[in-house]
Design a binder for this molecule. Structure first.
Ligand SMILES: [Zn+2]
Length: 162
């Protein structure tokens, strides 16, 4: 497994308010030490529950929507902090849309989406992944105070995230 410094690929994130809200005064230190692994698998972005490094599909990075990727980085950085706090990231006692670690990560991503003035419809598009169904999207949107909008099948195919 090859890992690379996060800051080699993601420039200026230490200045982003949404990121500073996650790590506070430790922002520079955490980002300086964060490692990224680019996986050949199609699909995903996630955080290792072994050592907390960021895993990003090279395919997604090259082909995904830039706003989705940006919001995913915010989402995953919340998981990085949760990992540092010793929280279990993949707690299977909860369904994905009920899992406190996911809801917290999505809250940060949605707050940043609001800052970017994305519409509720566009935020729902962002929230829809292939592993949640329409009812779960409704529930997640409600939890996050986003007005639910139906997302077309072809739209949801674009987004993939852990
Ligand atoms: Zn997540």
């Amino acid at each position: 497994m090859s890992t690379y410094p996060f800051t080699d690929y993601f420039k200026g994130f230490e200045k982003v308010n949404a990121v500073r809200r996650i790590f506070g005064e430790r922002t520079e230190e955490v980002l300086r030490n964060l490692k990224v692994e680019f996986s050949g698998r199609r699909g995903y972005m996630g955080v290792s529950d072994v050592d907390g490094h960021l895993m990003i599909s090279a395919h997604y990075l090259n082909n995904g929507d830039i706003i989705d990727i940006y919001l995913d980085v915010i989402h995953e950085l919340v998981h990085v902090r949760q990992f540092m706090e010793g929280k279990e990231l993949f707690d299977n006692r909860y369904d994905y849309v009920d899992r406190p670690t996911e809801i917290e990560a999505y809250r940060h991503a949605v707050e940043e989406a609001r800052n970017l003035e994305l519409s509720d419809e566009r935020i729902c598009e962002y929230l829809k992944t292939e592993w949640i169904n329409d009812d779960e999207l409704k529930q997640l949107a409600k939890t996050l105070n986003v007005k639910y909008a139906y997302v077309e099948e072809k739209e949801k195919e674009r987004r993939r995230r852990f």
